[in-house]
Design a protein around this ligand. Structure first.
Ligand SMILES: C[S@@+](CC[C@H](N)C(=O)[O-])C[C@H]1O[C@@H](n2cnc3c(N)ncnc32)[C@H](O)[C@@H]1O
Length: 468
C-alpha cells in the first residue's frame, strides 16, 4: 500500500544543504513516503532542523522552522527588532562572510542551470554590513501588521513602514530599520506621528482610497543632504501643506521635499506628476570622483560605497584603451556612463526615464564630460532606430526582469566584441546570456559585488566576449 505523503502541519526533520535566491534554507527530509525537498525561512546550510509543513506540491514542501537540532557555526543573532515579521533582509541569521559564500553559490547555481561555464569569483563584500542603504521606500497603509503579544486596543488602521513577508495588503510599522541611515528612523517616526496628529488618512491597499501612499527617503553620503518624496493620491494642498511644513520643521536636515501624485491602483512610489515643495528637487552625491545630481524619479545605486566597487569592476571589465565607442544601455542618471567616458572616445547612454536622462545630461555637463550622448526612450525602440553598428563595447544594466527577447537578438547581432552585463537578478541574466550563446557570445568572467548585505540579493558583473 502507498504510504501517506506529508500534509499540512506534519513535522519533518530536515538536513539543510544551502540557502537559495529567496533566502530560504533548502534541504531534504526522509519520510515513510520517500524523500522530500523542503524550503524554509531562517534555516542555514549544514543545520538539522525540525520543520512544520505549510504546503506541499509534489515532492516539494514549504515549511516553517520550529526547532534547530544542530545549529550552524555561522548562525548569529539577527540585529533587527523587526526580523521575522518584516519581508526584507532574509539572511540576518547568517554571519556576513557566510552570506557572501551563499551568494556566490546562488550565482554559480543560476549560471549552471543555463549551462554557462564560467568560474564565479568570490563576492566583493561591503565594508558596511548595516546602515548601507542611501534610499528607502516606505508604504502607508490602513491595515497594520499586528505583532503577536501586542496589547489589545492599539490603533490598527494606520501604519507606515514595510510589507510583512507575503502580506502585500498589510504594513508593518517600522520603528528602526538596521540597513538604512540612522536619521531615517526619526524622520519615519515623525511622518507617522504627524499624520496621526493631523488625522491624515493612509491609502487603503484594497479599497484604493485614502491620501498618503508612500514616503521615500534618500540621503547623499557625500553631502548629508536628504530628499523626501511623499506620494499622495491627489494634490490636496490643504492637507499636504501643513503636514509637509511640520515635517520640515521637525527635521531641518531635509534639504528637499517632492510631492508625487499617483491616483492609480498600482502601488508604486513613482507619480503621474511631481511638485517640488521644498528645495531643489534633487540631492548631490559623489561617486568615483564625480558629482551626480539625483532627482526623485531617477534610479541611483542604493549602496553608495559598494557602487564605487561596481564602477571599478565595470571599468576593469570594459578594458578601455581610450579609442573605443561604448554603448551604455539602461544608463539611469549616468553612474556608469560618465566614468566610462573618461576612458573612451564616446559613450552613448540609453534610458527610459526622462528625469534620469535630464540628470545624466546635467551630470555630464557639471563634470565637464563632453564625449557622451544620452537618448531618452525604450532600449528596444532606440536600437530599432539607431542601431549599434558603430560600437566596440556594450555595457548593459537592465532592471531585474532582464532583457526583452528582441533586445537579446539585437545585442547578439551588434558589432561589438565585448559586453559587460550587470544584473541584480542573476536568473534573468543567466537566461539572457544563454540566449546570446548561439551568436558566439561567451561569458569569460563573473564578478559578484554585494550591494545588499543581510538580503539574498546579489549584483553580478558578467563579461562576455565574442570571437571574431
Ligand atoms: C538597474 S538600473 C541601472 C542604472 C544605471 N546603469 C546605474 O548604474 O545607475 C536600470 C535602469 O533601466 C531603466 N529602464 C528600465 N526599462 C527600460 C527600458 N525598456 N529601456 C530603457 N531603460 C529602461 C530604469 O529606469 C533604470 O534606470
Amino acid at each position: 500500500m502507498a504510504q501517506r505523503k506529508p500534509k499540512r502541519d506534519d513535522r519533518l526533520e530536515v538536513e539543510v544543504e544551502r540557502v537559495d535566491e529567496r533566502g530560504l534554507g533548502v534541504g531534504r527530509a526522509q519520510h515513510e513516503a520517500g524523500e522530500f525537498r523542503v524550503a524554509l525561512r531562517r534555516a542555514l546550510a549544514g543545520e538539522r532542523v525540525v520543520a512544520q509543513v505549510l504546503r506541499r506540491r509534489g515532492e516539494k514542501i514549504e515549511g516553517r522552522l520550529l526547532e534547530v537540532l544542530r545549529a550552524s557555526g555561522e548562525r548569529v543573532s539577527p540585529p533587527c527588532r523587526h526580523y521575522g515579521a518584516c519581508g526584507g533582509c532574509a539572511l540576518q541569521d547568517l554571519r556576513y562572510a557566510a552570506q557572501l559564500a551563499a551568494k556566490r553559490e546562488i550565482v554559480e547555481r543560476a549560471l549552471r542551470r543555463e549551462r554557462i561555464e564560467v568560474a564565479v569569483e568570490p563576492v566583493i563584500g561591503s565594508a558596511n554590513e548595516l546602515h548601507y542603504r542611501n534610499k528607502m521606500d516606505f508604504t502607508f497603509g490602513t491595515r497594520r501588521w499586528v505583532e503577536p503579544g501586542e496589547a489589545e486596543g492599539v490603533q490598527r488602521d494606520f501604519a507606515v513602514g514595510l510589507h510583512p513577508r507575503e502580506q502585500f495588503r498589510k504594513v508593518l510599522d517600522v520603528e528602526r530599520c538596521e540597513i538604512q541611515p540612522e536619521p531615517f528612523d526619526a524622520i519615519l517616526a515623525s511622518a507617522r506621528r504627524l499624520a496621526l496628529e493631523q488625522r491624515l488618512v493612509a491609502w487603503d491597499l484594497v479599497r484604493h482610497e485614502g491620501l498618503l501612499r508612500h514616503i521615500v527617503l534618500r540621503r547623499s553620503v557625500a553631502t548629508g543632504e536628504i530628499l523626501v518624496q511623499l506620494t499622495t493620491s491627489s494634490e490636496s494642498p490643504e492637507q499636504v501643506g501643513p503636514y509637509v511644513a511640520a515635517l520640515l520643521a521637525a527635521h531641518p536636515q531635509i534639504t528637499t521635499l517632492v510631492q508625487a501624485i499617483n491616483s492609480r491602483g498600482a502601488t508604486v512610489a513613482m507619480g503621474e506628476r511631481e511638485l517640488v515643495l521644498h528645495g531643489s528637487g534633487a540631492i548631490r552625491e559623489r561617486l568615483a570622483g564625480l558629482w551626480y545630481r539625483v532627482s526623485a524619479a531617477s534610479f541611483f545605486q542604493t549602496n553608495t560605497a559598494q557602487a564605487e566597487r561596481l564602477v571599478e569592476v565595470t571599468l576593469e571589465e570594459a578594458r578601455l584603451a581610450g579609442r573605443e565607442r561604448v554603448l551604455d544601455l539602461y544608463c539611469g542618471a549616468g553612474t556608469l556612463t560618465l566614468p566610462l567616458a573618461r576612458k573612451a572616445t564616446h559613450v552613448q547612454g540609453v534610458e527610459l526615464v526622462e528625469a534620469a536622462v535630464e540628470d545624466a545630461r546635467r551630470n555630464a555637463e557639471e563634470n565637464g564630460i563632453a564625449n557622451v550622448t544620452f537618448s531618452a526612450g525604450d532600449v528596444l525602440a532606440w536600437f530599432g532606430s539607431a542601431g549599434a553598428s558603430e560600437c566596440d563595447v556594450m555595457v548593459v544594466d537592465p532592471p531585474r526582469a532582464g532583457l526583452h527577447p528582441k533586445v537579446v537578438e539585437l545585442l547578439a547581432r551588434a558589432a561589438a566584441r565585448r559586453m559587460v552585463y550587470m544584473s541584480c537578478h542573476i536568473a534573468s541574466a543567466a537566461r539572457d546570456i544563454a540566449a546570446l550563446a548561439p551568436a558566439g557570445w561567451r561569458a569569460t568572467r563573473a564578478r559578484p559585488v554585494d550591494l545588499f548585505p543581510q538580503t539574498p540579493h546579489v549584483e553580478c558583473v558578467l563579461t562576455l566576449e565574442r570571437a571574431p
